[in-house]
Design a binder for this molecule. Structure first.
Ligand code: NDP
Ligand code: GDR
Length: 363
């Protein structure tokens, strides 16, 4: 008797979304194969709890070494795993870092997507394997309309967004040219306690926790005036799965439909630990103080400014709501509360005389 369980292959399985998506698919009875990069230190913290000893019979969560820049490796894994669904979540995903590593970002985020689509085509899997591409609201860049939906023109503002633009269109092209069931999820920012430490929300909630516990004095940030549509990653991975369950492939925006300033996120996060922020000064001179004690907590550091910025993102998820029945469930307030609560736990583990580990290079 054949095995009727669905098989998924997730690239970027060790990242924020990869961890939530793995949990979701395992709860639905999938066998999950994940792509993991070789690293000199452990990079599997987010999926450690899902790990199964490879010696057990019939494991349901299996990791494979590989890289999106290595075509033969990807072809071999797709050949061996014969997935029903591929979720391409792997990417050099930091916008500011992409200005410093533009060529690599193009290779991994842009051509990496092509390599996976080619694997499906070359292996004759176009009628079996469905494909999800992690497209992004960064495609809107210098925004051409508010709010942004699936019809809003793209105007990328970073090497990251330009690479993701290629990926978006090669997905559309392989869908139209070869009939592959390939969909783009145009996802607006989504966060969680598992968010990478150098994205602004997590950088803020970690700093709030560290400042509260006396482990850090000050938080340095870049552009406080940027506006983002922030949701919870757990809600968004559900939308990814829903896209691949449709009879027809298509492209969908997932967003909350609300936008907030980086400055407001800072205020909300500090409020979680009972601190009201008072702002004084303007531009690079703007500073945030504890309103009660007058203590200086936040300063602007122009090193975090980007050569070209995305000022305002706000998505219209109407199509996903109508066709997929998707909507976000977690409010920004509960997202912020959860992130601060979890970071307080993380920071409580740091020895009082140690500085919290910021990975040495900030972004
Ligand atoms: P993360 O940065 O948390 O995770 C990225 C993952 O990709 C990690 O597993 C990372 O491995 C892996 N990776 C990076 N480069 C390579 C490579 N060359 N080959 C193989 N794997 C690689 O991102 P998120 O989980 O937040 O996002 C998932 C995807 O969704 C990304 O493509 C991102 O660009 C996109 N996206 C994210 C949004 C968000 O708000 N989170 C919004 C819209 C799109 P390692 O752990 O070893 O670093
Ligand atoms: P973003 O996320 O660029 O939107 O990309 P990030 O959290 O890095 O920045 C959001 C906004 O905050 C401003 N900002 C800072 N950002 C960082 N990282 N560090 C700072 O100190 C800081 N100060 C202000 C930024 O300028 C920006 O305007 C994320 C990634 O997950 C992408 O992979 C994904 O495609 C998009 O979201 C949607």
């Amino acid at each position: 008797m054949g095995d009727s369980r669905k098989v998924a292959f997730i690239t970027g399985v060790t990242g924020q979304d990869g961890a939530y998506l793995s949990e979701l698919l395992l709860s639905k009875g999938y066998v999950v194969h994940g792509l993991k990069r070789r690293s000199s230190s452990f990079n599997t913290a987010r999926v450690e709890h899902l790990y199964e000893d490879p010696h057990v019979e019939d494991p349901r969560f299996i990791l494979h070494y590989g890289d999106l820049t290595d075509a033969t490796n990807l072809i071999r894994i797709v050949q061996e795993t014969q997935p029903d669904e591929i979720y391409n979540l792997a990417a050099q995903s930091h916008v500011q870092v992409s200005f410093e590593t533009a060529e690599y970002t193009a290779n991994a985020d842009g051509i990496g997507t092509l390599r996976l689509l080619e694997a499906i085509r070359l292996l004759g899997l176009k009628d079996k394997t469905r494909f999800y591409q992690a497209s992004t609201s960064e495609l809107y860049g210098k925004v051409q309309a508010v709010p942004q939906d699936e019809t809003t023109p793209f105007y990328p503002r970073s090497p990251y967004a330009a690479a993701k633009l290629y990926a978006y269109w090669i997905v559309v092209n392989y869908r139209e040219a070869y009939g592959i069931h390939a969909s783009n999820g145009i996802l607006f920012n989504h966060e969680s306690p598992r968010r990478g430490e150098t994205f602004v929300t997590r950088k803020i909630t970690r700093a709030v926790a560290a400042i509260k516990l006396g482990l850090q004095d000050r938080l340095y940030l870049g552009n406080l005036d940027a506006k983002r549509d922030w949701g919870h990653a757990r809600d968004y991975v559900r939308g990814m799965w829903m896209m691949l369950q449709q009879d027809e492939p298509d492209d969908y925006v997932l967003a909350t439909g609300e936008t907030h300033l980086v400055r407001s996120f800072v205020e909300m996060a500090f409020r979680e630990v009972g601190v009201e922020i008072e702002w004084r000064g303007e531009g690079v001179e703007e500073k945030g103080y504890d309103a009660a004690s007058g203590r200086l907590l936040i300063e602007v550091d122009p090193r975090y400014f980007r050569p070209t910025e995305v000022d305002l993102l706000i998505g219209n998820p109407a199509k996903a709501r109508e066709r997929l029945g998707w909507q976000h469930e977690t409010s920004l307030q509960s997202l912020v509360s959860e992130m601060v609560r979890e970071d307080l736990k993380v920071m409580a583990e740091v020895e009082p005389r140690d500085k919290p580990n910021m990975g040495l290079v900030h972004a």
